[in-house]
Design a binder for this molecule. Structure first.
Ligand SMILES: [Zn+2]
Length: 311
């Protein structure tokens, strides 16, 4: 499997257009030892030819253009190596990029029944995806159920890879009406996705709410885990004047603290632990900060745009 990080920042990117926090200002001024990042987006390929997107970030169009492997096949008038998109939630950061894929192209779209309802029932703008002929084909992700993905027509052929969605609990996004929200089961709101091929596994969990022992277990038992690096501390947005909610209230376990994410994965685990979805206020983005050093000392890597991994 090949995995490429197309974007590694949280919502808003780094720097964020309207943010004057220490990190964004420092990056603009050139006084911070840090690199700019687009909003979180992963792509993976089971065979080096066909690619799947994990999430659909608001920066997706420019991320595809920056990635030669995702260009249309040479000599063909239309086409794309992108075969499908796996959605971990209905958050704006996770689905907005679908609108960049509206150019009359068919692909598979994987999401829980609830995420499908959110996009189909209350957000008719996503109907633009169904103009393709054949239209975009939805596939259902059921938490805990292994989904075998095969290329070609032979249903008896061994799967190319297996995807196992793991429910992380959490909440549905604020933009959903109360009426719809009341009918949606909590276990379909936020997923970690685990992909397996030939004994190798990787896990993608850009949003880890506090109550997600299952998600931590799925990550720790993977060869590589991309994990929620959104916030360093619980009150980070309040302290930086960027918001009124805590990290936990926003569905993100902070990195620091006795019960923070860094403390939840054993340092000596075989798993390669990579933080992603890093908010622009997070001090780990400053490569000279104590928080950056503590994170690396705890055995975690910090994702950057263009990071490549082969499993
Ligand atoms: Zn900022």
């Amino acid at each position: 499997m090949r995995i490429r990080v197309l974007g590694s920042a949280g919502g808003g990117g780094f720097p964020q257009w309207n943010c004057g926090c220490r990190s964004c200002s420092g990056l603009r001024a050139g006084s911070l030892q840090a690199v700019a990042r687009t909003q979180t987006q992963l792509a993976f390929s089971p065979d080096g030819q066909v690619w799947f997107l994990l999430g659909a970030s608001p920066d997706l169009r420019s991320q595809i253009l920056a990635t030669p492997q995702l260009a249309p096949p040479a000599g063909e008038p239309t086409g794309s190596p992108i075969a499908g998109v796996f959605l971990t939630s209905a958050d704006v950061d996770s689905v907005m990029g679908l609108l960049h894929l509206r150019e009359f192209h068919s692909f598979f779209l994987f999401g829980t029944p609830s995420v499908q309802r959110v996009l189909k029932a209350e957000n008719r703008i996503f109907d633009v995806l169904h103009r393709a002929d054949p239209p975009v084909q939805w596939q259902t992700l059921s938490p805990g159920a292994r989904l075998a993905c095969r290329f070609g027509e032979d249903p008896s052929a061994p799967p190319s890879f297996i995807c196992t969605p793991v429910s992380l609990g959490g909440d549905y996004p604020d933009f959903i009406s109360g009426e719809l929200r009341r009918t949606l089961p909590a276990q379909e709101a936020v997923l970690a996705l685990r992909f397996e091929q030939g004994g190798k596994t990787f896990c993608f969990a850009p949003g880890v709410p506090e109550s997600s022992g299952e998600g931590i277990k799925a990550a720790a038992s993977s060869s590589v885990a991309f994990l929620d690096g959104t916030f360093w501390s619980d009150d980070e947005l309040i302290q930086t004047g960027r918001g009124h909610k805590t990290a936990r209230e926003m569905g993100h376990l902070p990195l620091s603290g006795r019960d923070g994410l860094l403390a939840q994965l054993p340092k000596d685990s075989e798993c390669r632990k990579i933080l992603i979805h890093i908010n622009n206020t997070n001090p780990i983005l400053d490569e000279n900060s104590d928080e950056h050093r503590v994170t690396r000392d705890a055995g975690f890597e910090i994702a950057y745009d263009g990071m490549d991994i082969t499993l």
